[in-house]
Design a binder for this molecule. Structure first.
Ligand SMILES: [Zn+2]
Length: 133
């Protein structure tokens, strides 16, 4: 598909844009739940829509169905603290995500999950420097 066609299609069909946006959210974490690290199957509103949370990238995180369903309408950070799989690094990542600092959020998630696929070459470089020090 030609790039101009894609833009045209998005303008014509908001649902298509919404799908692309959802995909990009999942891509940030390598399709893993921001709370527990399992495969993400849904998008969760950190601040629930019922509490005025918006459908923006800053307020929407990839989550598995179990976390999304269990959290329901609770505030995410408050709910997350009570979970058995609570990890302070992930809590920091969620906070960074809310602040719109996705780079920091992704770094914290990588730190929390050693199996996280590292695609950022700078990150690998930083790690080797750290080992050498
Ligand atoms: Zn989860």
């Amino acid at each position: 598909m030609h790039i101009d066609d894609a833009v045209f299609l998005e303008d014509l069909c908001p649902k298509f844009r919404f799908r692309q946006w959802r995909k990009s959210i999942h891509r940030f974490t390598g399709k893993s739940c921001i709370y527990c690290g399992k495969p993400s199957e849904s998008i969760d509103h950190v601040i629930p829509q019922s509490q005025g949370g918006l459908s923006t990238t800053e307020n929407c995180v990839p989550a598995c169905l179990s976390c999304n369903g269990d959290k329901s309408d609770e505030n995410a950070l408050y709910w997350y603290r009570k979970q058995k799989f609570y990890d302070p690094r992930r809590a920091m990542a969620i906070r960074a995500w809310l602040d719109g600092d996705l780079r920091l959020a992704i770094r914290l998630l990588q730190w929390a999950n050693p199996n996280f696929k590292v695609k950022n070459k700078n990150y690998v470089k930083d790690q080797s420097e750290y080992k050498a020090a």
